[in-house]
Design a protein around this ligand. Sequence first.
Ligand code: DGL
Length: 266
Amino acid sequence: MNKPIGVFDSGVGGMTVLYELTKLLPNENFLYFADSQNAPYGPRSKKEIVDFSSKIIDFLLSKDCKLIVIACNTATAAAVNMMRQKYSVPIVGLEPAVKPACLKTQTGHIGVLATKGTFRGNHFKNTSEKYKDYVKIHLQVAKGLVELAENGIFDGQEAEKLVAKYVNPLINENIDQLVLGCTHYPLFKNLIQKIAGENINLIDSGEAVARRTKDVLMLNKVFNNSQSKQSIKIYSSKNTQALFYVASKLFNVGENKLDVEIIELS
Ligand code: DGL
């Protein structure tokens, strides 16, 4: 089935998931919506995030999407259950990769960087609950990183200072696995690894979500079998440099080659 897959996030971060999706599903077409106008979602109320998510999904469905991927831990935590009740199209959500980190740890300590909204969600609480007798899970809200990413800042003094502020206390807890529980954080991967050191393994959810999406496409019999060339169209509620920078870097194309439209959802 040729119809596109709709992917969205509060901003540019979900493109790290879009990248994994496009790699695993080379025959699928994608529409991506970055809600940079309303980022960050992290400190917002559940109601606000549900409203934003509904508007975006309405928009993506008006473009005939056959499946929606919520490429945002925060929006998944706040809205996925309600969105699944509201829409009949399959919806794939995202949650911090706590399970693989708990299964991999040798020290018995893992760190999770995420937003306040994600830690508040039931998905996170339920998964953490399962492992709490065996693994100590250290939480850290990484306030400010999403704002940096939305401003196109991924390295330099300011970013380094902020990452060190969040990662150093986790190193002191003897973690050997660090979960990047927000889709914006893989954009800081090099910096985080530099500060965490080589003995700490960084885990994000991108590849796992791409595999889950493939599975859901097949289960719903909407997987695209044709050998047609993949198309990627990007929409954003705000014209930012970060959007063009991140997209051109991830997809390795010149900024003028990107199919981008700025659109405000009312
Ligand atoms: N990229 C997001 C996530 O995965 C949203 C972060 C935010 O907007 O605060 O949680």
